[in-house]
Design a protein around this ligand. Structure first.
Ligand SMILES: *Cc1c(COP(=O)(O)O)cnc(C)c1O
Length: 224
């Protein structure tokens, strides 16, 4: 292994204030890299492709908590519903319904985050603020007994301008407060703000992130 995973992991962890969790993003990285992070104590990992995740789950330790961080097609939910710990990028009520249905089939409650689209790139997924407000106001989600909306997730624009990144993250944090007040005031579990990746997690922790998703800084560049 050319990458010192344990050293990189501990460097990132050393930069996280108390209360900020690390999701180690292991997509495209081999199992031995994940095992190295596991041996160093990491238990939460994130993957973005269902097939790859399925293969990894079969071979890696059972107490790993897997987060699905990518764009998830409704027809793939059934494959991850038995074991997934959190689905981070819910971007439609249709997907929410399917997660609820598959979670019920597995007699479990699945934790999810709502993905916001704030970044300037068209290619990114997620709810606009208004679409998210409308979805929550509509109220259909309140009937879904097998999901738990635990907070928000977003990706900032892929730019060098740190003030723009911080501005986008702060907008997401303010929006979190609005939703907390309007819909989740009594829900302790609505507490997660998932933002910050390798290049911007240090900004994210200043912008009220509770959960950073760091991959390449720990595992090295991805080989696609
Ligand atoms: C790949 C990915 C990350 C991690 O990216 P790095 O730059 O490798 O840290 C974080 N979040 C999402 C949604 C991703 O797809």
């Amino acid at each position: 292994m050319e990458v010192d995973v344990a050293k990189n992991l501990n460097e990132v962890l050393g930069n996280l204030p108390q209360g900020v969790h690390l999701v180690a993003i292991s997509k495209y990285h081999p199992n031995e890299y994940i095992e190295a992070a596991y041996a160093a104590g990491q238990r939460v990992f994130g993957e973005s492709r269902e097939q790859e995740l399925r293969e990894k789950v079969q071979l890696l330790p059972e107490d790993i908590r897997w987060h699905f961080i990518g764009h998830l097609q409704s027809n793939k939910v059934k494959y991850i519903a038995p074991y997934i710990s959190m689905i981070e990028a819910v971007d439609s009520v249709k997907l929410l319904k399917e997660i609820n249905k598959q979670a019920a089939k597995n007699s479990r409650v699945i934790d999810v985050l709502l993905e916001l689209h704030i970044a300037e790139e068209e290619t990114k997924y997620g709810f606009s603020f208004d679409a998210c407000r409308n979805m929550l106001r509509d109220g259909e989600w309140k009937q879904m007994q097998n999901i738990r909306i635990c907070g928000l997730m977003m990706m900032a624009s892929n730019v060098d301008d740190e003030s723009q990144i911080a501005e986008e993250m702060n907008m997401a944090a303010d929006f979190f407060d609005e939703l907390k007040r309007d819909y989740f005031a009594d829900a302790d579990y609505f507490c997660e703000r998932s933002w910050g990746m390798s290049h911007d997690y240090r900004i994210a922790v200043k912008c009220r992130s509770t959960m950073v998703r760091v991959g390449s800084l720990i595992f090295g560049p991805r080989v696609y």
